[in-house]
Design a protein around this ligand. Structure first.
Ligand SMILES: [Fe+2]
Length: 463
C-alpha cells in the first residue's frame, strides 16, 4: 500500500466516522425536534446537518476539486458568519429530508474525488477562494513549506474535524434539549485502584518548552507555529476538579462571597443568578441532569458545565489559580527526559479507549484519576478527554501566526473577550483533539462540556 493509499484510507475512515455520529445524533430525535431550537445558544439540529454538507462541498468539491457549486443559493443560509445562531430557526432552511439528501450527494462526490486523488501529484486548488489559501498568499510562518499537497491533505482533515466539531455541538444541543431521554451509552469504567492515593498535585519544572506545532498536518492555524515559551515551575492539580470539591465551594458560600470573584465575574454571577453548575439542582442533595436523566451527582466525577468565572472563583477560594494555557500545554506535552514536546500526554500514539475518554463513547467524564496509561510525564491524568479545561489565558495568536485557510477560522476571534479551553472532552472526537488543540469561548458560557483544574506557582528547585 502506498503512502497515498494510506492517507486516502485514513481520510475515508475519518469522514465515515464523523457521518456515522452525525446520523445518529440527527435520527434519534423526531423531525419536530430536528427543526426546533432547543436553546438560543444553539442552532436547530437541521441547520448543523446541512451546514456540515455545505462546508464539505465548499472546501472539498469546489476548492480542492474545482467543481461548480451544486446549490449556490443555499450558501448564505449556512454561512455561520452571516446568521447568528439565535436567528437561524427563522431562515428558509432545507427540510430534514432535503438536508440529508444534500449531505448524501456531497459525500458521494467527495468519495469519487478522494478515490481519484493523488496527493503527491496535486497542482493546487483550481478555484481559489477570495482571500483563501489559493489566493497566492505566501504561506509563511505557521505554514511555511506547506505545498499544494499539504493544502489538499489539510482540507480533508479540516472537513473531518469540522463535522466532528459539529457532532460535539449537536451533543451539547442534546444536553440542552428538554424531553424524554433518547441518547444512551455505557458509563465510563470505575476509577482505577490507585486513584484515591494519587497526590493532589504534580510538579512541573521551570524552563523553556516548545508550544504549538509546525508539523502536525491537520493542526489548525491557531495551533501554529511551534515556538519556545519559558514557563516558571508550578504545581498543577493531578486531575480535574471533582463534583465533591465543587460542592464544598458551594456549601462554603462560594457563590455569596465577592472576595472569590473578579468584578466582572461577580456582576455576571448576580445578573445571571448563578448558584451552582448548569444542570445541577438541589433536591436535599445535588442532582445533575445529564441527557434527560436526573441522578445525584457522582462525587469523584470531574465537575462539568461551569463557566470561566465560576472556575476562576473556585480557584481563588481554594487559594490557587487557573493554569495559563502555556502551563497547561507544558504539563501535558513536555517530556523532561528528552526535552521535547509530545503529541499527547502519553506520547505519539493516537488516542485509544485505554488512553482517554473521547469520541462520545461515554456520555459523561470518567472518575478523577482514570486513564493511568494516558498520564503525562508530569504525572497529571485526564488532560486529554473527559472535560474541556478552562485556562486563565485570552485567545491570542502565537508569534508568527498566519491566518489559514481563511481569516474567519481563528483570527477574527483573537482578543481578550475569549478564554482558551484545552484538552477536549468526552464529546470530542480524537481527530479534533491534540496536545496542541485550542478551543475558545466567552467566559460566561456553560453549555460546553467544560470543567477545569487549578494551579499554583512553585519555587524553583535547586539544581
Ligand atoms: Fe461550522
Amino acid at each position: 500500500m502506498t503512502e497515498n493509499d494510506r492517507l486516502r484510507e485514513r481520510i475515508a475512515a475519518e469522514l465515515a466516522a464523523a457521518r456515522d455520529r452525525t446520523t445518529l445524533l440527527t435520527t434519534i430525535v423526531d423531525e419536530a425536534d430536528l427543526v426546533r431550537q432547543h436553546s438560543p445558544l444553539m442552532s436547530p439540529l437541521v441547520w448543523d446537518l446541512a451546514h456540515v454538507a455545505n462546508q464539505e462541498e465548499l472546501w472539498l468539491l469546489r476548492e480542492v476539486g474545482g467543481r461548480t457549486p451544486m446549490h449556490p443559493e443555499i450558501d448564505p443560509l449556512y454561512d455561520a458568519f452571516e446568521h447568528p445562531r439565535a436567528k437561524r430557526p427563522s431562515l428558509p432552511l432545507l427540510q430534514p429530508d432535503e438536508a440529508r439528501s444534500y449531505g448524501h450527494e456531497v459525500r458521494g462526490r467527495v468519495m469519487d474525488l478522494l478515490n481519484r486523488i493523488d496527493f503527491n501529484r496535486i497542482e493546487g486548488p483550481e478555484a481559489p477562494r477570495q482571500g483563501g489559501w489559493g489566493a497566492g498568499a505566501p504561506h509563511a510562518g505557521g505554514h511555511r513549506g506547506v505545498g499544494p499537497r499539504g493544502l489538499a491533505e489539510f482540507a480533508f482533515g479540516m472537513i473531518a474535524q469540522h463535522e466532528q466539531q459539529h457532532d460535539e455541538t449537536m451533543l451539547a444541543t442534546h444536553q440542552l434539549r428538554v424531553g424524554a431521554a433518547v441518547l444512551s451509552a455505557p458509563p465510563p469504567p470505575p476509577a482505577p485502584a490507585d486513584a484515591a492515593a494519587l497526590p493532589a498535585e504534580v510538579y512541573v519544572p521551570g524552563g523553556p518548552f516548545t508550544m504549538g506545532t509546525s508539523t502536525e498536518p491537520w493542526a489548525l492555524d491557531n495551533e501554529r507555529p511551534a515556538h519556545v515559551v519559558d514557563v516558571p515551575a508550578f504545581y498543577l492539580d493531578t486531575t480535574p476538579v471533582t463534583n465533591a470539591a465543587y460542592a464544598d465551594f458551594i456549601a462554603d458560600g462560594g457563590y455569596d462571597d465577592p472576595r472569590w470573584w473578579t468584578a466582572e465575574g461577580w456582576a455576571h454571577r448576580q445578573r445571571a443568578g448563578l448558584r451552582a453548575p448548569l444542570f445541577w439542582r438541589w433536591e436535599g442533595e445535588w442532582v445533575r441532569v445529564s441527557f434527560g436523566i436526573a441522578n445525584p451527582i457522582i462525587p469523584n466525577e470531574p465537575v462539568l458545565h461551569v463557566c470561566w468565572y465560576e472556575a476562576d472563583a473556585y480557584a481563588r477560594w481554594a487559594g490557587r489559580r487557573l493554569p495559563s494555557e502555556a502551563e497547561w500545554e507544558k504539563a501535558a506535552r513536555y517530556d523532561p527526559v528528552s526535552g521535547r514536546s509530545r503529541r499527547y500526554p502519553w506520547g505519539e500514539e493516537t488516542p485509544s479507549p485505554s488512553l482517554a475518554n473521547l469520541g462520545q463513547r461515554h456520555l459523561a467524564p470518567a472518575p478523577a484519576g482514570s486513564y493511568p496509561a494516558g498520564e503525562s510525564p508530569s504525572g497529571a491524568r485526564q488532560l486529554i478527554g473527559d472535560v474541556w479545561e478552562w485556562t486563565s489565558s485570552d485567545f491570542l495568536p502565537y508569534p508568527g501566526f498566519v491566518a489559514w485557510p481563511y481569516k474567519e477560522y481563528s483570527e477574527v476571534f483573537f482578543g481578550p473577550e475569549y478564554k482558551v479551553l484545552r484538552g477536549g472532552a468526552f464529546g470530542v472526537s480524537p481527530v479534533a483533539c491534540r496536545g496542541t488543540f485550542r478551543n475558545w469561548d466567552y467566559p460566561i458560557r456553560r453549555q460546553i462540556f467544560a470543567g477545569f483544574r487549578t494551579a499554583r506557582p512553585a519555587p524553583e528547585r535547586a539544581s
